[in-house]
Design a protein around this ligand. Sequence first.
Ligand code: PGA
Length: 244
Amino acid sequence: MTNKYMFFIANWKMFGDLGTLNTLNKVIAFSKKIKKKKFKLIYCPPTTLIYPLTKILKKTSIDVGAQNCHESKKYGAYTGEINSKMLRGVGAKYIILGHSENRKSGENDKLINLKISAATKSGLKVIFCIGETLNEKRKKVTKKILAKQINRGLSKIRNKKSILIAYEPVWAIGSGLIPEETELFETVNFIKSKVKGAKVLYGGSVSPKNINSLKDINNIDGFLIGGASQVSNNLIDIIKKTYN
Ligand code: PGA
């Protein structure tokens, strides 16, 4: 049981259209029933849905975030790209950066660092994803990898208060697997020792089934939820169970 202020971040990835937004009615009703500001819920839909979602969530406590951006703060000849200022302009308050799915398609620590810098300067709060692969876990180099991702990703970033760190082991994303409790507690502590005062979230296969064990890890400040967040009832269940 926790009474802690927690972040619940729904990462919709490449999922959803305008019609899907209607399914959020349940979540909106649920969030309105909660009297105290117990937690922060943030939806990160695909870019096409950011603006319409901000309209729908206008009178609620739920915020909207983006999933990635270009590193340039200025307009430019970058076909197909969108920058952090444009996202802030349509109402996004948060942005996921450094997600392993983007690292896999070529983003390196340097590029992620440039994106974090641009996003914080545009007034976005950053959900900075880090995590080791299965191979790195087996080689027992998790801490080394996380330290490298943190040092390079947050290099010269002054406004660390606008950063939330999401620890997402690559092998746990979409696999149904989660780290062992003691191991996860230790890793979150390690991340907190590297970035003083940082809020650290866990992500990777968070579901109504495993939330009861995850919520007992008391140094975790919230969850980044992929697949399970696409179904309103599952997300509500995750939040309810966290506080039960
Ligand atoms: P998952 O995704 O919950 O579907 O594992 C989490 C994420 O990739 O952010």
